[in-house]
Design a protein around this ligand. Structure first.
Ligand SMILES: Cc1ncc(COP(=O)(O)O)c(C=O)c1O
Length: 282
């Protein structure tokens, strides 16, 4: 099965899917999105992704009239049509189509786009080796809490990290506080406690971040504090790990060329990996 797309009411092969050059998502990044992973026909944490999509769309004043019902219909259908064992579902809702103008027409209808692609990461080996990350000033805009397609900062920083042989980049604000990573949330483990950046406009409220805080860590009796950490805390951490939809929990073994602890995935991180996996497969 080839990659599948859905554009405004129609499923078709992804390579044939097109959208107008007047789409505001294309012209201005005037759109919101979600990425959801599915195992077989089961999307992971779908309700949480939908809640966040609603929140992002409301903040941008993008109309959701009938959209959530449409997503609820097309996600199972897309998964059934593709039949991949693991799927990455990309859902994007743009404000709509109109001749280019910063001022949006309040009457336009949003464009709903989705793709269904097979999951491509070798998670087992990435987790057993751990990943290396870069460390950069956070150059993004002031509303990182909204999941919009304004991702140029993320794109540039993640590519720079890749060019340096790293899988991700951890970002810090002007005062040296860790915010998050280009496409994942950051946790620091210190003296048996998980520390992660408090929710604010500086970070995306990660679905997997929340699941670790609310469910996985409490199941294991691991305390969590939503508290700022600084760049230097990364280097003195017992463990560092990232969370995201595409890899759930991922151990970090090196930050900006410096080894973290003994340079191996840490025991607390790996216990979270195991418990998280157990939860979603039950
Ligand atoms: C900037 C950013 N932070 C954090 C995350 C992790 O969020 P989630 O756990 O909901 O995938 C993402 C995911 O794409 C992201 O783009």
């Amino acid at each position: 099965m080839t990659d599948l797309a859905y554009v405004n009411g129609q499923f078709l092969p992804a390579e044939n899917a097109v959208i107008s050059i007047n789409d505001r998502g294309l012209q201005f990044g005037d759109s919101v999105y979600e990425v959801v992973k599915a195992y077989g026909d089961k999307p992971v944490l779908m309700d949480e992704h939908i809640l966040r999509l609603e929140r992002s769309a409301h903040a941008l004043n993008i109309s959701l009239n009938g959209i959530i019902e449409e997503i609820d219909r097309i996600v199972p259908e897309g998964l059934q049509r593709t039949g991949f064992s693991q799927t990455i579902i990309y859902i994007q809702l743009t404000r709509g189509t109109q001749p280019r103008n910063l001022i949006f027409d309040k009457t336009i209808k949003p464009n709903l786009i989705a793709t269904f692609r097979p999951y491509g990461l070798d998670l087992a080996s990435m987790r057993s080796n751990g990943i290396k990350v870069s460390l950069y000033p956070d150059i993004r805009w002031a509303h990182c809490d909204l999941k919009t397609t304004n991702l140029l900062g993320n794109v540039l920083m993640k590519n720079k990290a890749n060019d340096e042989g790293c899988f991700e980049a951890i970002l810090f604000t002007e005062d040296g506080r860790v915010s998050e990573a280009c496409s994942s949330s950051v946790f620091v483990v210190k003296n048996g406690v998980l520390l992660t950046t408090p929710s604010s406009e500086n970070i995306l409220p990660g679905v997997n971040r929340k699941y670790v805080i609310d469910i996985v860590a409490p199941q294991l009796g691991i305390p969590v504090r939503e508290e700022h950490t600084f760049k230097d805390d990364l280097f003195t951490a017992d463990e560092v790990f990232l969370t995201s939809t595409t890899f759930l929990v991922m151990p970090v073994i090196e930050v900006a060329g410096q080894q973290i602890a003994n340079g191996k995935p840490g025991p607390i991180t790996m216990s979270l990996v195991e418990q998280f996996e157990k939860n979603i497969h039950n």
